[in-house]
Ligand binder design. Structure first.
Ligand code: NCD
Length: 319
């Protein structure tokens, strides 16, 4: 069962989060963007609050932007990396969080390779939990920043076609994006080889819009308003689904030639980290007109500020 933001007090996924909740968070993220960018001084709305950033998987963008988001709202941040915790001595994630809760931590940002772990922990804690990516499941703040970036460039997403390409089966980014985008009324097209883009994904329950799984990237590009390229997650065994890296690049890589077949207004997204020369050629990743990849990163700080502010407004300080 999905716990929505307003009812649960946590942000565990975008599955089940309403359009109104998404719009309210993104409107606040837009208001917060000048502070999020560092152009204006930090706020003090979360003064005396402490956010624990608990990361059991490597991260650059998500971890740093949660830390910056908390600090730019005036909160203190505990930056906790998995390998430095007592988990290496056998402690469970729940025990780690309960100990931090006993020290007065106000909110938990959790990244883990275990799909569903943030949900289990959230059910047993009295403080807000934000899922910063759990295994192959969801990465809701990434989904929100993707929707924010696309709304900035395309306006209303209702009826727009957003194509997501590559290793979708292993991607929590794709799952959160497709829930967020369809809730906003978009048509999401998933493109990849069958093991990485299973046809069964068309049956995911969505609130609005639609999901289609197709195989031929060249056929969908001319009608795509945006293309989100994904990294092949070799660490999640995606490599076994690919016969050859060259063949994958030829069929699913975004080259300058393919970009020329997009409509003039279409934009290119990537959650990072990019494997340049595999899913995305450098000329495309750095295309100043179409690539919104660094805007996604910038929006990530604003979105995470809006989420922290919204969840912490609902609970008294003091752990
Ligand atoms: C991704 C992740 O870790 O889920 N990156 C991110 O958070 N921006 C995607 C990936 O690792 O390919």
């Amino acid at each position: 069962m999905t716990l929505t933001l307003s009812r649960s007090g946590h942000l565990l996924g975008l599955d089940g989060v309403s359009r109104d909740e998404i719009v309210a968070l993104l409107d606040d993220a837009v208001r917060l963007s000048t502070v999020a960018s560092g152009r204006q001084p930090p706020l003090d709305v979360l003064r005396h609050r402490t956010v624990a950033n608990i990361f059991f998987e490597n991260s650059t963008r998500t971890r740093c932007s949660f830390a910056l988001a908390a600090r730019r709202l005036g909160a203190d941040v505990l930056d906790i990396m998995g390998e430095t915790t007592s988990q290496s001595k056998g402690e469970t994630l729940l025990d780690t969080c309960r100990n931090l809760e006993a020290m007065g931590v106000d909110a938990f940002v959790i990244r883990t390779s275990a799909s569903g772990a943030p949900h289990q922990v959230a059910a047993r804690l009295s403080r807000p939990v934000i899922n910063a990516g759990d295994g192959r499941h969801e990465h809701p703040t990434q989904g929100l920043l993707d929707v924010m970036t696309l709304r900035e460039r395309l306006g209303d997403l209702a009826g727009r076609t957003i194509t997501i390409v590559g290793d979708i089966a292993n991607s929590r980014v794709a799952r959160s994006a497709l829930f967020g985008l369809t809730t906003m009324g978009a048509h999401v097209v998933l493109v990849g080889p069958p093991p990485l883009a299973p046809a069964s994904m068309e049956r995911l329950p969505v609130q609005d819009g639609s999901i289609k799984v197709l195989r031929d990237l060249d056929a969908v590009l001319p009608t795509s308003d945006a293309v989100m390229m994904l990294r092949v997650q070799f660490e999640r065994a995606a490599g076994e689904a690919i016969a050859s890296v060259d063949e994958y690049r030829r069929r699913y890589g975004l080259s300058p030639d393919r970009v020329r077949t997009l409509p003039p207004h279409a934009v290119i997204l990537h959650p990072g980290p990019i494997n340049r020369g595999l899913e995305l050629e450098s000329e495309v990743a750095d295309d100043p007109a179409r690539s919104v990849i660094l805007q996604q990163v910038a929006n990530g700080v604003a979105v995470r500020m809006a989420v922290l502010k919204s969840l912490l407004a609902k609970v008294p300080a003091g752990g």
